[in-house]
Design a protein around this ligand. Structure first.
Ligand code: ADP
Length: 251
């Protein structure tokens, strides 16, 4: 029996290594494709802007089609990179340390200020009056949780929407963070599947063509690995609140 366990262990290690090689190949390839597409985008732009002389109507129509196709390809490659990166984040070793979650929330909100402003959306952090104890987390991975939840709240909100972020201490030794939006919401049928890898609701696909359905899957994996959990409350057409918890650091 111990021999079989050893065999399984070494096979597992081999698969983990192979997977990391695969991730690297995908990442290098996708970055190269994206660089070429970006160069093409720049050349098409120069033609369309008339930098290389006036275009006939036919030339312009064809170039616009080429430009649209190129944009779609750039988005797709970006999605591939995102999926690849998300898988990497989940699998990479966790480095736990004591951290101030409020600072991480504030800096993540700051990172999204351009995107939210562009969509006319306001992000409001309801900072508590009482002090929040330090938490024991992997800082970069927790930032990924926040990025996924805030990005979704922005993507699935309507223009002029407001997003509220709160933080509090629970009775069970965990700190709870919530991200609340008043966007498209999640229908009853979809609720069970929301954390499945690659799952996207029909409503979300209509609102945002690009998306991979990997963000919440990643969020759940990280939350649980850190000793917390993630859940949500939602009403279709009225908005969604996502919650996640992380353990308080021991003194
Ligand atoms: P993505 O946003 O790339 O599609 P996610 O894994 O982050 O992937 O989310 C999975 C799905 O969950 C989304 O496609 C959408 O259907 C739903 N969803 C997530 N967050 C929200 C939200 N704040 N409001 C409405 N639907 C959401």
């Amino acid at each position: 029996m111990p021999e079989e366990i050893e065999k399984l262990k070494s096979e597992n290690e081999r698969l983990v290594k192979l997977n990391s090689v695969k991730s690297e190949i995908v990442s290098i390839g996708a970055h190269q494709i994206r660089t070429s597409l970006a160069a093409l985008k720049w050349i098409i732009r120069m033609f369309l802007d008339g930098d290389l002389g006036r275009l006939t109507l036919e030339q312009e129509t064809l170039l616009r089609k080429a430009s649209d196709g190129n944009e779609r390809a750039i988005s797709l490659v970006s999605e591939i990179l995102l999926i690849n990166k998300s898988e990497d984040v989940v699998e990479k070793k966790y480095i736990f340390e004591n951290a101030n979650l409020i600072e991480i929330i504030e800096s993540t909100i700051f990172d999204f200020s351009g995107e939210s402003m562009g969509r006319g959306i306001e992000i409001i952090f309801l900072k508590p009056n009482n002090t929040i104890p330090h938490v024991k987390i992997d800082k970069e991975k927790t930032r990924v949780i926040l990025q996924n939840l805030i990005e979704n709240a922005i993507k699935y909100s309507h223009y002029h929407g407001k997003i509220f972020i709160s933080i509090k201490v629970n009775d069970d030794g965990l700190v709870e963070v919530s991200v609340k939006d008043s966007g498209i919401g999640i229908s009853e049928d979809s609720k069970k599947k929301i954390f499945e890898k690659f799952y996207r609701t029909d409503d979300a696909q209509k609102k945002e063509a690009m998306g991979s359905g990997i963000g919440l899957y990643t969020t759940k994996k990280i939350s649980e690995a850190q000793g917390g959990k993630v859940w949500f409350e939602s009403e279709a057409g009225h908005g969604t609140t996502f919650f996640f918890t992380v353990p308080i650091a021991k003194k």
